[in-house]
Write a protein that binds this ligand. Sequence first.
Ligand SMILES: [Zn+2]
Length: 456
Amino acid sequence: MKHKITFVIAFQLLFSTVFSQNDTSTIVIMHTNDMHGYINKFAKMKPVIDSVRNANKNSMLVSAGDLFSGNPYVDRYKEPGYPIIDLMNILDYKISALGNHEFDYGQAVLQKRRNDAKFTIICSNIETQNSEIEKIIPYKIIKIGESKIAFISGLKITEEGYPETLKSNLTGIKFTDPIKTISEYKYLKDSASIVIGLTHLGYKADQVLAEKTNFIDAIIGGHSHTIIDTPCVINNTLICQAGSYNNYLGVLTIKILNNKIVYKKDTLINISNRQKTDVNIRQVVDKYYINSDLDRVVGFLGKTLIGQEEIVDIFLDAFRITTNSEISFMNYGGIRIDTLKKGNVKALDIYSVDPFNNDLMTAMLSVDEIISLIKVTYSSEKKKTITGSIKYEVELKKDGSIGSVIFDKVLDNNKLYKVVLNSYTVKSYNFKGNSKFKNANLKSNDALIKFFRDKK
Ligand SMILES: [Zn+2]
C-alpha cells in the first residue's frame, strides 16, 4: 500500500505543474456533509463557491448527506427541513447522499423535501417498495464538460440492520450491507471517466470500502463529521470528508488526460473564519430565522452547563419528574449541543439540545432487566452510550467482556422499578424487558420544557 501512495503523490507532483487552472480536463467537485440544518453558514459559503466556479467552469457542488436535524429553525419550520433544501437549491447543489437523519421527520416529509429539491438524493443499499418513499436511485452519472462522473452512494446501517434514526420512521424500508452493495456497481467504471463514492458511512467504513473495491477514484464521505485535512489514499482511492455544520467546504480537484485520471487532490476551505458574506443569501437565511415560538422563554438556568456529562443531568431529572418515574436513563448521542448558558432558557435552547422529537416511554423493570439495559447499551468500544439517574460502574473482565454492574446504592431484587427512557433507546437496544415499555405520550423535548416551566 505504501508503494501505491508514493506513486500517486509522485504523479500528483508531476502533473500539477503540467496543467493550468483552466484546462478543460480539470474537474472540481465542491462538497459538504452533515450540514444538519446549519443554514446560517450559507451566506459565507456563497462567495467561496462563486470564486471556485469562476476559476473553473467544470465545477459542481455535492453533499454527502445528513441535511436535517440540529437547527430548530430548520427542524421546526412549518414545512420541516424546507429552509435547507431551499438554500441548497439556490446554491445549485447537484446531488446528495441519503443520510440517516434524512428520515428524522418521517417518510412523508422526506418525500416532500425530495420533491422540493432540485438535486437528486441517491443511495444504493435501500429498498423502498413497501414504504411512503418513492424509489431512490443507487447512482447517478452527471456530465460535466466533456467528462462523465458517476456518483454511487451507500448509507451506514447498525448491526441490527437499520440506519440511526427512530425505527418507526423506517416502516416498510429494507436495507442491505452498504459496502457489499456498492461493490456490485463496478461496471460504473466503464460508463464514466470518474467514479465517486458519495457516501454516508463514516470515515472508518469509507476506508474499508476503499480496501474492498478497486473502481472508486475518490470517496466523498460523511456521518463521522471527520475533518480530513490531508486525505489518505487507499487502494488508489482518495478518501475525503469536510467535517460538519458547514464549517468547511471540501474542494476535490481531478485532472483527466485521454480519459485517464492523472491528478487528484482534496483541500478543505475553512468557512467559519471567512469575512465576506453574500447579501442575498443572508436575506433568505434571516427570513427563516424569524420564529417567535422558538424565542419564547421557558425557564431559567442557575449555572452554565458544559459538556454532555453536565447537560445530561437535566434530561435525567426532567424525564424522571415529568413521568413520575423512579429511574431515568438518557443516551449521550441524543444531546446535540455542548453548552447550555446560565440565565433564561428559550424554547430554541431546548430544541437545539434535543432536536429529535423522541417520545418518552416507561416500564416497570426488575433489577435484572435494568442490568441487561446497562450491559446491552455498552458500546463495542467498551464505553457507556447511556447514563442513568442512578449512578453505576461497569466491571470489565480481563478478556474484555462485560462483568458485573455496580450501583452506588442498593437496589431491591424483589422489587420492580418504574424506569423512563426515550423511544430511541427503547427501539435501538434489544435488552431484557424492552417489550414492556409503553408510550408516556410526552415528547422528550416537551418534558424538558415542562421541567423548566415547573421549576420557575
Ligand atoms: Zn449521519
